[in-house]
Design a binder for this molecule. Structure first.
Ligand code: ADP
Ligand code: MG
Length: 723
């Protein structure tokens, strides 16, 4: 075995570790939601009237009475204390994709010096964390420094158990003193409300009298990598940037496809079971687990839930994965591209809309009139994705996701919709105006009954599309593995709301002109396809032909974050969000600034790391090797032997070139003269990133030349294959 000291140490630690034994399995009923203050627990512990009032708030979003909150607070506190919690925390979701919380004790000191535990409705409902250092894109300098958290009654409170004790966690929104959203939850709730309003209007136009509130749903498939912590800790790039900035491809990578859906390694399976037990206790319905395409890559997908709850649960799921990985000696990587040349990680966001009276509105159903309703909603999605495709691209734009989108493994940066052949055919018929005959069976028979019965799960699947219809929902596949799902859900809900309003207006106008509902629907759907059918694409999204065709169709191809984020500054996007009450222009601008800043900061950190690692790790290894080799050549010459000098020359040339590029990269980072963040982003994308890649190429070539026992960084082979 070769390898330098730190690598050998790491391998020794890993191969000699005591395996963590699998916990004896518990029954699901024993685990399920034990750490959640569920509706059931509320009902048990609250007076009837209080419970009724709270339930109404949860179901209809009606304002919560403070006297009700007081009673709920006491019940919640008693429950939390019975679970060993001494602290509570308002949990909120700042613009960083992370989860934030501020802990406060239940402790209250009395005048005689004794203490009691106390928790009032007021502190349950509202908190004031000192959140001034969260990114806010300038909102709070223009308005008011303080930020407030407010309980989101629709997402249940829970107790988070850690080795350091248990905490009652209360999901909240995070807003400025003047009500500007500083977080990701507030716009999500607003987008859902806008979508509900528009969907309700359309459902009524379609003839439904009884329409329950419409909610969006989300089921997110989470991909991640597991790397042994011993390796991660000796790689500054993984520690600080979450990905490898150097690393030569392993001779064996993923080309055998032997990892995908293969048997889960034992150590990983024990980890997964531990994760699932924690998730079940938190009421998170983990459902599938499997190996992913790359070695060391895995996936977990919970069953779908209401979008708001699913989003909170998604954040929790990432926290649980990260923390549990640590316990098992792993580091869990959510970076979209931790290893060059190996598949990256995404987060497929499955999304639909529906309600209690009409069910899933993106389910084709099996009767003609539900088909028509489905086609209206599906048509609305098609219009939304076409009109706001650049927005959908912008909400998945991060420095790390740039490595994945368009890199022949993940959907391209061009946003299109995949419908499947049968549905595409139906919409083509609509475009041609071929579906005409109403059989005239009264008002509820909203025609289109010449349509075939649509299958609920069309067998064909297209993995190359960024936005695919998958039987009864759409799957947005361009979302990055490390992202919060809130942004994508906000964009989808809002674009849909806009389209439904547009459809509502059109239907009303046609009906006003004397058309019957059947005709009106067909006219509107035809218009949708005429104007927006260009976004539908069923072919191979990875192909060169598609890139060309998409350009002809006028679809944007926003390759990098620097190209995509400025979409948020476009007037039509500003209008979309402000007209529907989802984000004010100030709130939108603050998001643009925050995300642009995050892009700039992450690229700068990476560039500095590249310089450091090249100078302090790779260069020293290379010169040591050169010294070794040079001395050997000289000594051999003395005794009359001749060793080739090719390797010496090659390594020396590589070192020289690498250091030249390092010099250029350092110089490039000295430039701080930018008119605005857009210019700065473009500079980093066009000048700095390519230089980083060039340094890396030389570094990786050196890895292929230098004696293995001098190489300081754990290799791809070691990180991906030693568990
Ligand atoms: P695949 O790997 O084939 O894409 P998975 O079974 O791994 O599919 O994940 C599908 C996800 O879609 C699950 O989280 C599932 O709960 C979710 N899903 C199913 N129906 C809906 C729906 N109506 N709305 C949102 N998500 C849904
Ligand atoms: Mg999927």
């Amino acid at each position: 075995m070769s390898g330098n000291e730190s690598r050998l140490q790491a391998i020794y630690q890993i191969t000699n570790r005591d395996p963590i034994p699998a916990k004896p399995p518990k029954r699901l009923e024993e685990l399920w939601a034990t750490d959640v203050f569920t509706i059931g627990k509320m009902q048990e512990s609250l007076p009837k009237e209080v419970f009724k009032s709270l339930k109404k708030t949860i179901q209809t979003g009606e304002k919560l009475d403070i006297s009700v909150a007081d009673v709920v607070a006491v019940a919640m506190k008693d429950w939390a204390i019975s679970k060993g919690a001494l602290y509570y925390a308002h949990v909120f979701y700042p613009l960083t994709n992370a989860t934030a919380e501020k802990h406060d004790g239940f402790i209250s000191v009395q005048s005689d010096g004794s203490v009691i535990s106390e928790f009032s409705g007021k502190v349950l409902v509202q908190g004031e964390p000192d959140g001034s250092s969260f990114p806010n894109g300038g909102i709070r300098s223009t308005f008011e420094a303080r930020g407030y958290t407010a309980w989101d009654v629709t997402s249940p409170a829970y107790v988070m158990e850690t080795d350091n004790g248990s905490t009652l966690c209360i999901p909240t929104v995070f807003v400025s003193w003047t009500g500007e959203a500083l977080d990701k939850k507030t716009p999500l709730l607003r987008s859902n409300a806008a979508m509900n309003k528009a969907a309700t209007r359309v459902l009524k136009l379609l003839g439904h009298q009884n329409v329950a509130p419409v909610n969006s749903s989300c089921g997110a498939e989470q991909e991640y990598f597991l790397i042994d912590a011993n390796f991660a800790n000796s790689r500054p790039d993984i520690l600080l940037a979450g990905r490898t900035l150097f690393g030569k491809a392993s001779v064996k990578g993923q080309q055998f496809d032997d990892h995908y859906f293969g048997a889960i390694p034992e150590r990983v399976q024990v980890f997964m079971q531990d994760v699932e037990e924690k998730l079940y206790k938190l009421g998170i319905p983990a459902k599938t687990r499997h190996n992913e395409v790359a070695p060391g890559q895995f996936e977990i997908a919970p069953f779908f839930e209401a979008a708001n709850v699913a989003t909170d649960h998604q954040q929790l799921l990432m926290t649980v994965l990260r923390n549990t990985a640590k316990k098992h000696g792993f580091v869990c990587l959510f970076h979209e591209k931790p290893f060059k040349g190996i598949n990256g990680s995404g987060k497929h966001v499955n999304w639909s809309v529906g309600n209690a009276t009409q069910g899933n509105l993106l389910d084709p159903g099996d009767t003609p009139h539900t088909n028509a309703q489905f086609l209206v909603f599906c048509g609305a999605v098609i219009r939304g994705v076409h009109k706001y495709g650049p927005l959908l691209r912008a909400v998945v734009a991060t420095a790390s996701n740039d490595h994945r989108l368009g890199a022949n493994e993940a959907p391209p940066a061009i946003i299109s919709v995949y419908l499947g052949s049968q549905l595409e055919d139906v919409f083509e018929q609509i475009s041609r105006g071929a579906i005409t005959g109403s059989k005239g069976k009264g008002a509820m028979n909203i025609g289109v009954d010449t349509l075939p019965v649509l299958p609920t799960d069309p067998g064909d699947r297209n993995r190359t599309s960024p936005f695919a219809f998958t039987g009864n929902r759409f799957e947005f596949r361009a979302v990055g593995s490390g992202q919060s799902v809130a942004g994508p859900l906000v964009a989808m809900n809002t674009a849909l709301a806009d389209s439904l309003n547009w459809i509502g207006d059109k239907l009303e106008a046609e009906l006003g002109k004397g058309a019957d509902l059947n005709q009106a629907i067909q006219i509107v759907l035809k218009e949708v396809m005429d104007e927006h059918g260009a976004v539908v694409f069923n072919g191979n999204g990875y192909s060169e032909e598609w890139h060309q065709l998409a350009a002809e169709r006028g679809l944007a191809n926003l390759k990098t974050t620097a190209d995509a984020l400025p979409v948020l500054k476009e007037t039509y996007i500003e209008n979309l969000f402000s007209e529907l009450g989802v984000l004010s222009p100030v709130e939108l601008a603050s998001r643009y600034e925050t995300y642009a800043e995050q892009y700039i900061l992450s690229l700068e950190v990476e560039a500095k790391l590249v310089i450091n690692m090249a100078k302090t790790m790779i260069y020293p290894a290379a010169v040591r090797y050169l010294a070794d080799l040079g001395n050997t050549i000289l000594s051999l010459k003395e005794i009359g032997m001749d060793l080739e000098t090719e390797t010496l020359e090659k390594v020396s040339a590589l070192v020289k070139s690498m250091m030249e590029k390092v010099g250029k990269l350092s110089a490039a980072l000295e430039n701080h003269d930018f008119a605005n963040s857009e210019e700065h982003m473009r500079y980093l994308a066009q000048i700095v990133r390519p230089l980083m890649d060039e340094v890396r190429d030389y570094g990786d070539s050196l890895e292929g030349e230098i004696a293995d026992d001098l190489w300081p960084l754990p290799t791809y082979q070691e990180m991906l294959f030693i568990k």
